[in-house]
Design a protein around this ligand. Sequence first.
Ligand SMILES: [Fe+2]
Ligand SMILES: [Fe+2]
Length: 240
Amino acid sequence: MPESTTGNNSAKTIGEIVAADFRAAKIFENHGIDFCCGGTVALAAACTEKGVDLATITGELEALKSEQADRSQNYSSWALPFLIDYIVNTHHAYLHENMGPIAGYADKIASVHGAHHPEVIKIAAIFNKIAIDLGAHMKEEDEVFFPAVKRADAARISGGEPDAKDRETIRVCLLKFYREHEEIGDAVHTIRHLSKEYAIPDDVCNTFMLTYRMLREFEDDLHKHVHLENNILFPKAAQL
Ligand SMILES: [Fe+2]
Ligand SMILES: [Fe+2]
């Protein structure tokens, strides 16, 4: 594992640690530490905030050293165009395929179970807003931001300077995207809270179960997606 994750981790941010070795994400997840939207917080501060023992976490991070690293998940070492294509082909594709059905199921359980479980009415409304916001966000990434990053990266690799317009696009998009990720992350946390961590009540139908399972999967996918952008892609794009 890279030296940078095994030295003094306490002053590093959660995002930096996960960017250096994605396996650290699992450790943070297990301790309830947010590695995606809360990735800019230093490890020591995150532990204090969550009441988690810093030594326990640094010990677990150290233990990763002796495990074989999965090279296929070493996202930090990937070339920018490859990382972008990976994000588009896995996470954006997942969202295009699943956001509509999840919104449909959420609406359905809101109308069928809303009387006994009023939280699902709120969940459906929040998810519908997430789907609209995330759709617009991805469109801007796909059509504006990613092409500008690819062009700027190609210019830099060929020894030239990125176009000033592309640099400006990257700068403006980054300001907006970090904020949008945070807003979408907050909305997803609200769904998690309202659903009591996706606990399925006894008196509900299969569609209810399916909806909660899909919402949980949606949150997992979003965490990985936002992590790749916030902690790996965006910092590299900012340097172009
Ligand atoms: Fe994205
Ligand atoms: Fe994004």
